[in-house]
Design a protein around this ligand. Structure first.
Ligand code: PMT
Length: 413
């Protein structure tokens, strides 16, 4: 059920006996990696307590359209925007009728009107109610509006009748829901990305660093999430908003970043080193601010620098190394220096970045790169870092898949 990993599912629960199954449904959605927020109608609360669904979804349950406290936390429009998909299970005959009629008289119907996310219903009702011509008209009207219907199934019902109207079992429902999302290139893949600069303290108020803004690495993290990956972003100090759905670990110095990478590398499939890491640090950062000698205008100062660990080389040197992608920011002989880094640091791919052109590279909004690997050399033309990141992630995913297949083949006895 990889397609549901990281997806935001808004689960609507309406008032039918099948509401008891929404507890299992919530549990399975969470197990599949989805983030779940539950909206219950008044009648649903007669069959299932909000507290149960709150505990299972790890989020407060939303009940009323006109609740100022809930609106202050996450209003109905924000909830409608938050969802990647809305699933109403169970959906009663009354709810279907209200939705088909375009009503907005409670939180759930209002959300369904406001959202641009796909909506799916799992009808659950007595077989006579399901077969009634009015319900069938509502069903057709909802399908006409591209609302998906999962089920109902046939069988014996709580009221003793036998026929169509049973809610689909939770496992079948989440399988159907997973099909709403394309099977994207990086579903189920864990990517770690380093981004931004590192800072090396000279004294409590000064440091050595570089011009990296973090824009490239942050754009890559967003593109990887869009492709379905689970993303850990190890960031140096930057002034960018945190990307959504990304686990972010903030670091300052190269040694911090090195530690954060190795402490979180366990399940990583692809490592992308986009950070502009300081190669050297002052040997001993001073505890007190350095003062200049007021009597000597000709004084000089010498900083003794020592080498920092090479983070990316330490990752690719691991026995069970992930697929490793490096960046090479160069001002001359860009491709040959990049090719040298590819082999010296034992990378799978290197992204060559000509930073002598100030419109691309450090702190700019655009970039233009050439990707080198053992068997590829592909130039990606100038584009915004956002657009370029989508292309880069797709290229990295293709090469990762080939590498992984080869590894699995080589591992076979
Ligand atoms: O952040 P932006 O303003 O958007 O700018 C983007 C960028 C120019 C920083 C980015 O596109 C880029 O090119 N990043 C790599 C910058 C760099 O300085 O690379 P390098 O040539 O020093 O290092 C080569 C590779 O080794 C890189 O993947 C780097 O992350 C890694 N490295 C380097 C030194 C070190 N001690 N540890 C490392 O992991």
């Amino acid at each position: 059920m990889q397609q549901l990993n990281n997806k935001r599912v808004l689960l609507g629960v309406t008032g039918g006996i099948a509401a008891y199954k929404s507890a299992e449904l919530t549990r399975l959605l969470i197990k599949a990696g989805a983030e779940v927020r539950v909206v219950m109608t008044k009648a649903a609360c007669e069959f299932m307590t909000p507290l149960t669904l709150q505990a299972l979804s790890h989020n407060p349950v939303h009940l009323d359209l006109l609740d100022p406290k809930a609106e202050a936390a996450m209003g109905h429009i924000e909830l409608a925007r938050w969802a990647d998909v809305v699933l109403v299970a169970p959906a009663t005959a009354d709810f279907m009728a209200r939705l088909a009629g375009g009503h907005a008289d409670d939180l759930l119907t209002t959300l369904c009107l406001a959202t641009s996310a796909p909506i799916a219903l799992a009808p659950a009702m007595n077989q006579g109610m399901w077969l009634d011509s009015k319900t069938q008209q509502n069903r057709d009207a909802l399908i006409e509006r591209s609302i998906k219907l999962f089920g109902p199934s046939e069988g014996s019902q709580a009221c003793g009748d036998v026929g169509p109207g049973r809610m689909l079992e939770p496992l079948l429902l989440i399988e159907a829901l997973a099909c709403c999302f394309e099977n994207r290139q990086l579903d189920g893949v864990h990517i770690m990305i380093t981004a931004g600069p590192t800072q090396e303290a000279i004294d409590p108020v000064r440091y050595i660093s570089n011009h990296s803004s973090g824009k490239m690495g942050y754009a890559l993290a967003e593109a990887a999430v869009e492709a379905g990956a689970t993303v850990t972003l190890i960031s140096g100090p930057v002034a960018l908003p945190e990307p959504e759905r990304v686990r972010i670990i903030k670091t300052v110095s190269t040694c911090d970043m090195h530690r954060a990478v190795h402490d979180n590398l366990d399940t990583v499939d692809i490592f992308i080193g986009c950070a502009a890491v300081c190669d050297y640090r002052p040997e001993v950062p001073l505890n007190e601010k350095i003062k200049k000698n007021p009597d000597n205008h000709f004084e000089t100062m010498t900083l003794c620098l020592v080498r920092n660990p090479d983070i990316i080389a330490s990752v690719s040197a691991m026995e069970k190394a992930p697929f490793v992608v490096g960046f090479a920011a160069e001002t001359q002989n860009v491709l040959s220096y990049a090719a040298n880094k590819l082999s010296r640091k034992k990378l799978n791919l290197v992204v060559a970045n000509d930073v002598s052109d100030t419109d691309i590279g450090f702190a700019s909004d655009s970039n233009e790169v050439t990707v080198l690997g053992e068997y590829i050399e592909e130039a990606l033309p100038r584009a915004s870092k956002k657009v370029l990141s989508g292309r880069l992630i797709s290229l990295i995913a293709d090469n990762y898949t080939i590498w992984k297949t080869k590894q699995e083949h080589d591992d076979k006895p």
